[in-house]
Design a protein around this ligand. Structure first.
Ligand code: ADP
Length: 439
C-alpha cells in the first residue's frame, strides 16, 4: 500500500500519513506496507480458512471468527478495516452483527458472504448496512477480491471526503479568525483616522478664527491709521499756505523740498494702508457669485489699465473663447487687473512688448488661466517669494508689494491657486491661476 503524502495534491489532504488504507501505485487496494486487517466471520471452518489463506496470500492480515459473538468481540478489540460476514452463524447471526457493527462504526465496510440465495435476505442485509453481498460457494476468488477492493476504495473515499470536509472547515475557521483580526485592526485604524480628522478640523477652525481675527485687526489698524494720515496731509497744505504767507508768497526752497518729501511719504503710506485694507477685506466681504465670461472680464481689466498700456505701446491679445466660470466678478477682475498692471510695470526695455491673456488645460483637464508677458522675467528662485506680503524683488520699484498677495488670497477664496512660470532674466513671465468651479 502506498503512503501518499498530503503535499502531492492541491489543498485538501488526500490521505493522512500513517492512515492504514489507501490506493497503491496502480490505484488498486491490494495491500503493501502497513497491512489491511480483514475480519472473517464464518462458522464453516473450511470455507473460512480457505478465504483467509487466499487473502493472506494477497498480503492482507486476516482475523478469523467462527461465530457472530466472537466476531463482534474481535471487531471491537481490533477495529478491522473490513469485515466478511456470513449470515447464518450460531449464537449471534450475521444480521445482528451487521446491525451492531454498522451502528458502532458506520464507515467500516462489511461484505456479506451468504449461503442463502434469497433476494429478501440480500435486501435486508443491504438495508442493515452491508456494502456488498456475495453468494457461497465463491467459485472464483477474484470476485471476493474485487468486492473487498471496491469496498475498501469506497471506505477510503468516504474517509478522504471527511478529511477534506474537515480541512475546509478548518480553513474557513482560520480565515474567519484572520478576517476578524483584520477587522479589529481596520476598526482601530478608522477610529484613529476619525480622531486625526476631528483634530484637524478643530485646528482648521482655530486657524480660521485666528485668521479672521488677524484680518479684523489689519482692517482696524489700516482703517484707523488712515485718518491721522489725512490730518497730516491736510495740515501740510495749511502749513504750506502759512509759510507762503509768512515768506512773501512762496516757500523757501529747502523747506518746500522737505514738505514735498513729507507729502510723498504720507501718500506712500496711504497707498500701503489702502492695499492692506483691501487685503483684509478679501476674506470677509464676499460679493455674491455670478457666471463670468472670463474673456470679457479680462477685456474689462485691460481697459482699466488702458492708459499705461497705450503709453508703453504694448500689444495686448485676449483670447475671446475663454470659458464661463462662477465667482466674485469684482474680485476676479482685480486679479486680472493686478497681473496686467504688473506685466506693464515689469516690461523693462522690451522693444516689442506683448501681453497675452488666455487659457490652457492643466492636469485633470482643469482650466489654467494665464497672463503672459515678454518682460524682464523672474528668477526661478524668487518665484514663490513674490507672492508674500510686501515682497518686491526690486525695493526701488514703485508699488507696495501687496498686489500678488491680494491676488493669491482672492483665488484661495475661490478654491483655486496662482503661480508663476518664468525662465528668469529677460525671459518674460507667465502668471497662471485656477478656479474651483468650471461651468
Ligand atoms: P508690486 O508690483 O506692488 O511690487 P506685487 O505683489 O504685485 O507687488 O509684485 C511683487 C513683485 O513681483 C514685484 O515687486 C516684482 O518684483 C515681481 N513681479 C510681479 N509681476 C511681475 C512680472 N510680470 N514680471 C516680473 N516681475 C514681476
Amino acid at each position: 500500500m502506498n503512503d501518499r503524502s498530503p503535499n502531492r495534491c492541491h489543498g485538501p489532504l488526500i490521505r493522512a500519513k500513517g492512515s492504514e488504507i489507501g490506493p497503491n501505485d496502480t490505484g488498486s487496494f491490494s495491500p503493501h506496507g502497513p497491512k489491511i486487517k480483514i475480519l472473517t466471520m464464518e462458522d464453516d471452518d473450511i470455507i473460512r480458512r480457505s478465504m483467509a489463506a487466499y487473502l493472506v496470500d494477497r498480503g492482507y492480515t486476516v482475523l478469523e471468527a467462527p461465530n457472530g459473538r466472537l466476531g463482534l468481540e474481535i471487531f471491537r478489540a481490533e477495529k478491522p478495516d473490513l469485515m466478511l460476514v456470513d449470515l447464518r452463524m450460531p449464537e449471534v447471526d450475521g444480521m445482528q452483527v451487521l446491525e451492531a457493527a454498522t451502528r458502532e462504526s458506520p464507515n467500516t465496510p462489511i461484505v456479506v458472504v451468504s449461503g442463502v440465495n434469497a433476494t429478501a435476505h440480500a435486501i435486508e442485509a443491504l438495508h442493515l448496512g452491508a456494502w456488498d453481498y456475495l453468494l457461497k460457494p465463491i467459485e472464483d476468488m477474484a470476485i471476493l477480491l474485487h468486492a473487498i477492493e471496491t469496498s475498501l476504495q469506497r471506505a477510503w473515499l468516504i474517509e478522504e471526503n471527511r478529511r477534506y470536509q474537515e480541512y475546509l472547515e478548518e480553513s474557513v475557521r482560520k480565515r474567519t479568525a484572520e478576517l476578524e483580526k483584520t477587522n479589529v485592526a481596520l476598526n482601530a485604524e478608522i477610529a484613529e483616522r476619525k480622531r486625526i480628522q476631528a483634530e484637524r478640523e478643530k485646528l482648521i477652525e482655530k486657524l480660521e478664527s485666528q485668521n479672521s481675527e488677524l484680518e479684523r485687526f489689519a482692517y482696524t489698524v489700516s482703517h484707523d491709521l488712515k485718518s491721522p494720515l489725512i490730518t497730516i496731509k491736510g495740515f501740510l497744505g495749511v502749513l504750506e499756505q502759512d509759510l507762503d504767507a509768512h515768506l512773501g508768497g512762496h516757500c523757501a526752497g529747502e523747506i518746500s523740498e522737505h514738505m514735498t518729501r513729507i507729502g510723498a511719504a504720507a501718500d506712500r503710506m496711504f497707498s500701503f494702508l489702502e492695499d492692506l485694507l483691501e487685503l483684509s477685506r478679501v476674506g470677509r466681504l464676499v460679493n455674491s457669485p455670478s457666471d463670468i465670461q472670463m474673456g470679457e472680464l479680462a477685456g474689462e481689466a485691460v481697459d482699466l489699465v488702458g492708459g499705461p498700456i497705450t503709453a508703453s505701446n504694448i500689444q495686448v491679445c485676449v483670447d475671446q473663447n475663454l470659458p464661463v466660470m462662477r465667482g466674485d466678478r469684482v474680485r476676479l477682475r482685480e486679479v486680472y487687473q493686478n497681473l496686467i498692471e504688473n506685466a506693464v510695470k515689469y516690461m523693462g526695455d522690451q522693444p516689442d512688448p506683448k501681453i497675452e491673456i488666455g487659457m490652457r488645460r492643466g492636469k485633470g483637464e482643469a482650466a489654467v488661466f494665464f497672463v503672459r508677458d515678454n518682460g524682464i522675467g523672474i528668477d526661478p528662485r524668487s518665484q514663490e517669494e513674490i507672492f508674500g506680503l510686501f515682497d518686491k524683488l526690486d525695493p526701488a520699484s514703485e508699488g507696495t508689494g501687496v498686489g500678488l498677495s491680494l491676488a493669491r488670497r482672492i483665488l484661495e477664496v475661490h478654491g483655486g491657486h496662482i503661480w508663476v512660470e518664468s525662465e528668469g532674466d529677460g525671459a518674460g513671465s507667465t502668471f497662471c491661476f485656477t478656479l474651483a468651479s468650471p461651468k
